[in-house]
Design a protein around this ligand. Sequence first.
Ligand code: NAG
Length: 527
Amino acid sequence: MKMFLWSYTDLFWHCPLSIMWSLVFLCAQKVVSDHASTCRALEFIPKELYPVLFKASFLGRKTLVLQDLVKRWPFPVLSLQKLLQSCKHCDCLPIKEKSSKLCVQAVILGVLAYLHQVMAGEDRKQQLRVLNMVGLQDDNLEQDPESMSLWSQTVTLSKACVDISQRHSEGANPSSKRRKGARSTLAATLAPGCQVYVEVHMDLFVNSTSSTILREALQVSSSSPLRLRCRDFRAEELSIRSTLGLLELLSPTSIRQVDLRFNNLGLPGLNVLLPFLTKFTSLLSLKLPYNNVDVRRLSVEMEASLQNFASQLGKLQSLKELNLGSSRLSGRLRQLLGGLQKPLESLELAFCYLLPSDLTFLSQSLHASSLKKLDLSGNNLCEPLLQPFQLLLKEAAGSLLHLDIMECKLMDSHLGALLPMLSCCTHLRYLGIFCNPISTRGLKTLLQNTLALPELRLIIYPYPVDCYSESLPWPTSSSSFLDSSFDQEKLSRVHAELQQLLAQAQRTDVTWSTDMYRHKTLDYLSL
Ligand SMILES: *[C@@H]1O[C@H](CO)[C@@H](O)[C@H](O)[C@H]1NC(C)=O
């Protein structure tokens, strides 16, 4: 029992002021602090304590203990996100801080050890069927080198899946050189498509470096002791052929999001892929930014291609989110989205060269009043787009939570014209207006007019034009912020004034920031 005793200094050492830990959690930390004794004790520890021990060892990076806990996991499901979220025992840090690479690897090793044990015929009445790894990464934020990226998680699990599948089939079909006999009876009981397996629920992120191993894994997955089940699939810089090869192997009902970016597919390429996506009956989100789509001045042939693309989109029955960022869509939005039967709730059309007719169509479409997230950054929203944009905002006011209008060339006067609509967006949580030529005075007016929005939490505002020396034109890119013409001190003063206004209005719950990378923005799928 010695290991359950500790001194007061121990207690304080383990308990920084900012974190509330229960006595149970403190005990758990103590228990997992020594691998050898934990190992001996595990057999006698009631299963109700496994979750808190898991959390304590994950946060304390006790990888050996973690591996043992997973190997003996007494429940059918092990969900990392659920186990690591704040609970009554430990009100801990955001998940990103915790998804240490070593710990994630230890969990995977624990599952493999469990499977090896089962394959070796050691029946210990274990339960584990599902390892849920989704939701560990946060792609909005910069990658912490200590944590495991989605890309390397994909590679690690693919390798594990291929490896254990090989061992399993070697066990099931001993090499032909050996004489048949007792072994073949064993082989019959270990038929391929094994009875005991663990399904890994995960998001996949693949590029050309990792596509071969992922393809191999997906090919054997359905008969392997370790099965990969993908929720969100993301491919970057991958050829049509490779992308197609992977899409074909995914289990169609589990896919929630497909994100194919920087793949240079063009409309013809996308038309090859989309028919495969129509099999994904739960597909809520399709992201196709940076795919070199340009629908201006089309040849007759390409005109048919556009029509085909639109009708394929219309076949995605569950689609709620669409991203066509950086496609040149001028004047064709009606044609593109006209085939959709159900309203979109998230639409991202950044840098799409939209025309007034596109926004007019959108404001009159079934989508307008359902939009929770809208990104029109990089489109010039001044005249003549301002008026249709006003109409769109008016329609979307009841539903909009997230509005991005960065780099839209909006000046004080334009912003002024949008304020009546913006102040009707009663559910708005986020507004991105970075990189618009707005003055300090314009920002203050915006602040005053958004104070009454109860759910507003974050505004990413531009460096005000009056922070730049007057002789120069207003810089169009954020890099010119470092320019000598920029008055950093003035920006600090403006920031302080804005903070003061927020404090006076008792709205310090709203963050006003010029740093668009530091803050987590809203992901439609996690709403
Ligand atoms: C694929 O992504 C990984 C991880 O980000 C990177 O190291 C690798 O260079 C990428 N491969 C290519 C071909 O870009």
